[in-house]
Design a protein around this ligand. Sequence first.
Ligand SMILES: [Zn+2]
Ligand SMILES: [Zn+2]
Length: 437
Amino acid sequence: MPEAIATTKRKFYKALESLNNPPATRPSEPAAKRVRRSISTTSTASRTAPTTKAPNTEDAVFRKPPNFSPWSHETFLARLKTYSNVSLWYPKPEAISEVEWAKRGWVCVGVSTVACKGGCEKRVVVSLDLERSSAADVEGGGTDEANCGADEGLDAENESLLETALVARYQSLIVDGHSATCPWRQAGCKDDIHHLQVVRPPIWQPELKNRYHSLRGLDGAIRDVNMTTLPHDSASCLPPEKMLMDLPAEVLGENDQTSKDAARALEVALHGWRGSHDSGNDLLQCDACFQRIGLWMYQPGYRQSHARSGESEDDDSATLDLLELHRDHCPWRNSETQKASGTLSGLNASQILHRVVSTYAREQRRKSDELQKPAQQGGVEEQDEEADLEAPLSPAPSREEVEKQDKERESKLKRLKSLFSIKRRPAARSAVIAKSH
Ligand SMILES: [Zn+2]
Ligand SMILES: [Zn+2]
């Protein structure tokens, strides 16, 4: 490893040690206290790292549920979030990815270092750096020190063998890295812990509304961006313009439902993104994989100095792929982690939400159409099957005529009912009675 990184790393550990590690474990300490220390650890760690913010919500998340809460989607996401700092954690093979560590209670506390914060306090250094002499270190509490190092100058074949062995070793450390008494050693989160609830209206509506409004705040930054979206090629995936027309205003809390900006914002929100500002920059952010995308890179006219040679001259802006820009494991993109069941199985959260909102929009349109029709010209069924009965209602008839017509109506209705077994609405019946007075 380059000397600069090694030095940074050493400094980092030293700083971390002095800040957070008054002798690592205190078995007699009440759990609540330990949890609180883990809060300060998390926020201190992120303060030293310039690219992450330390939002207050993290504290709230950690304070409520106990450390061992494998059932909690919230705490799982809070742990996963600690891996989102690219200067501390770089992508690993799937079997030992951040998702796997987070599922077993580990948080990222330093460069390639995970810890069971608020639990057994063990640490594991997860490094696939083949040049390192001691690649896998389990620290704290006296667990046997793993040494998966490699000699320098490996050929490609040996390297891949070694990497496979390292991955297997770390895979077992995800479980065995915890102390013998740590509950995370016995159990972790279920495989569907990353699943996003996007089907039930009380959940998707406020969330979509929030994302949508945060994105309306970035209208200028997404207005002219080239975007790749899910195909809107069927009734189950309506284009956002159509959804906006059919959704009742209260769903998005939006009056201006016809503008291009509104449609763009909805489109981006349907793919799981919300908008945010950070130090004067407009960003897209995902709360499931914690990906952050700087929108300035996608503006037309933004020419990257490192433009690839294969790109044509006139195509001077990159395309914002709303699906692919999520991290691999993100359920907005990955149907494996979304783990939907039934008719939705095999779909990622973006596809499911598009489908759910399309269906909802169509239903709302149908309902509002139905509500309007009776007000104009009577019930839908009557109009089709009893058209002749509606005619006498238009001129103002005399009382005798009304009674006569009503009797005819009643008997016709009885006949019709027996023929077609039509169900009359109570409202229509009372209208008939009222007229006979
Ligand atoms: Zn543990
Ligand atoms: Zn994501």
